[in-house]
Design a protein around this ligand. Sequence first.
Ligand code: C5P
Length: 349
Amino acid sequence: PVFVDPFDARIPDSMAHIHLTRGAAAIIVAPASTNFIARLAHGLADDLLAALCAARGPCPLLLAPAMNREMWLNPPTQRNIRQLKEDGVTILGPASGSQACGETGDGRMIEPLELLDGLIGGLQPKVLAGIRVVITAGPTVEAIDPVRILTNRSSGKTGFALARAACQAGASVVLIAGPATLPTPYGVQRIDVESAAQMRAAAMAAVAGADVFIAVAAVADWHVLHPSGQKLKKHDLANRGTATLDLRLAPNPDILTEVAALPNGPWCVGFAAETEKLEAHAQAKRARKGVDLMIGNLAQQSMGADDTQLVLFDDTGAQPLPRLSKTEAARCLIDAIAARLPRNARGRG
Ligand code: C5P
């Protein structure tokens, strides 16, 4: 139902501006105009929305500003935003880009799915507040020639879900993503890469100063030793008297092993996607790569699916999680990581 009157007769005692927020999980104002933000910052209660916010008590309040770029940059608006943040209001966005007036800059309302991420994030406990997290996700691709690649079936869903959950838990998150068609979670800094070599370079740069590194990417184990600069032609092979193409593959660097071996490096989490003997393979991989926590799953049950069944392996043994959606599993993992992190944050210190 839509309400506009602070004293709406559909509400007991006609006290719409009081009772509508009682029992609500949150108030989200989207779009929040320059004018509304100014009224809110000064505690006005001159219409239903302003009165609702003034009378909300402990109900969380989130605003998604939407206005012209100059109105956003106007010092009084910035002052009001600072005041509202100090008052405990969550500000979502704004985004940057083209505006209804034809100008370009900061002030666009963030996209609806980002609003949803931000709203959910506003309600999550901040178990990773102040922690800097780097995550690799998705597949990598290795060029055979300019049009052909070697890759794998990773969708990136688990890595993106973890990036979203870490961000919603208060971490600052860098997500290094191989080719994946998933939207960037709200608040996450995304770096797109293609090959394992590019992913390694991005990861080594990003982990300097990070507290936690979570390697979720299905990094290709090999790359083509001599990729062709031009498209390979079937008839060229046929002219050489063969229909068979031989590719020589060379091993890729193991990003997780390298990061885990860094002196003063971040606290490291790896994934072991296995097709059999999960516990033995995952524990052996944890020891071999020198990581603090290894998350095991059965690849055939998880790759590309929306849900997953994970087992946590650390010094204390194995801890299985129930079968969960990748979103729920990501939240459980973030809680498990937060509970295990050394108190002095920078990982192994
Ligand atoms: O050895 P395996 O590929 O099964 O190890 C999986 C774990 O190691 C994952 O956490 C994956 O992201 C990471 N890994 C990596 N670089 C590689 C291969 C795997 O970071 N080249």
